[in-house]
Design a protein around this ligand. Structure first.
Ligand SMILES: [Ca+2]
Ligand SMILES: [Ca+2]
Ligand SMILES: [Ca+2]
Length: 340
């Protein structure tokens, strides 16, 4: 970033002629309806959340979130902190069913967690080695009865791991496949029904990887250069799932512009709009800047018939201070962008 500013300062005409055109469309605004308790300590701590929907009692669903210095924190839907699991320096977290995974670069492992639906507590099952330095992003998926975890790396590598419920207990997932993209990766999300993995290349854009066909080349979903609203860093992403496997939306965090870009879930992944999360004047809950990790559920929750978006907030209210996670009613986003 610093280098490009410098070039722009001395070569304004050349920079204008060759740089990507900025996004000139509308940026819709929504407000957070709630927020979690702040992280312990100062600095850039919070990164990525994951929503666990309690199907037996949706009011007691949980939000898991990473503290990059300490481990995984657990929150209730009212934002109150329930648990801290000090497993090490975890960057991202995701889940399917009652099993969550986190990318842990203290030990270069996947950390595995079990969510007990009776006691509503999260326990650390253990760690499985990735065999590679600094696992960075992680996301979870299901392929039939097989649990999947994709781990992303700063050198552009994606590892795709498989586990059965039995191999989760013994911490022996198998490495199915390695995919290589050009540069630094982080955010990712599985589209289970379509056996597709979306991955963010932080300085480039978003890719889709076909999980059914290992020979298929990754497909570009969008690029920063296309000026649909994406900017560096392309960060967290998640899916809002529609009623069938072709409907729904992909939401991607565009960090330096404090906003999110929304796409159709299905090819050709048409851009559907851009939104920011601004201050909620009525409740005093602040807006979201330096947008980072996020998770979405399309399951109805109490008072949230269209589901919930949870995002990391960098500044509460100033950068790297009291970082937490903000909650946004999906219906408000759908209305702001004119989505179905
Ligand atoms: Ca990042
Ligand atoms: Ca991040
Ligand atoms: Ca904020």
């Amino acid at each position: 970033m610093k280098r490009s500013y410098w070039l722009a300062a001395i070569l304004p005409l050349a920079a204008c002629a060759t740089g990507p055109a900025p996004y000139t469309g509308v940026v819709a605004t929504v407000v957070p309806m709630n927020e979690t308790a702040p992280m312990n300590g100062e600095g850039d701590l919070a990164d990525d959340p994951a929503i666990w929907v309690n199907t037996a009692d949706t009011a007691s669903s949980l939000i898991l979130g990473t503290n990059k210095d300490e481990g995984v924190y657990v929150y209730a839907l009212d934002g109150g902190e329930l648990q801290e699991l000090p497993v090490g320096q975890v960057n991202n977290v995701d889940l399917r069913g009652n099993i969550a995974v986190a990318s842990n670069d203290s030990h270069n492992v996947i950390s595995w967690f079990d969510i007990n639906p009776e006691t509503l507590t999260v326990s650390h099952v253990g760690n499985s080695p990735t065999g590679k330095e600094e696992p960075y992003g992680i996301c979870a998926g299901m392929s039939g009865e097989t649990y999947k975890a994709a781990v992303t790396y700063k050198d552009g590598t994606i590892q795709i791991w498989s586990a059965t419920w039995e191999t989760v207990d013994t911490l022996t997932p198998s490495l199915d496949r390695v995919v290589k993209l050009p540069s630094k990766l982080e955010g990712c999300v599985f589209d289970d029904a379509n056996e597709r993995l979306f991955v963010g290349e932080e300085a480039f854009g978003v890719w889709a990887v076909d999980l059914k066909d290992e020979a298929a080349e990754p497909v570009v979903v969008d690029t920063i250069a296309a000026a649909n609203g994406l900017v560096e860093d392309v960060e967290g992403m998640s899916l809002w799932l529609g009623d069938d496997s072709t409907s729904g939306y992909l939401v991607v965090s565009a960090q330096a512009a404090d906003r999110y870009v929304v796409y159709d879930r299905a090819p050709p992944f048409a851009p559907r709009g851009v939104f920011s999360i601004v201050d909620n004047e009525a409740t005093g809950i602040g807006g979201v800047s330096h947008t980072d990790g996020l998770d979405i559920t399309s399951a109805p929750l109490p008072g949230l018939p269209g589901g919930l978006l949870v995002v990391q907030d960098d500044a509460n209210p100033v950068s790297e201070y009291n970082q937490n996670f903000k909650m946004v009613d999906w219906t408000a986003i759908a209305e702001a962008l004119g989505l179905n």
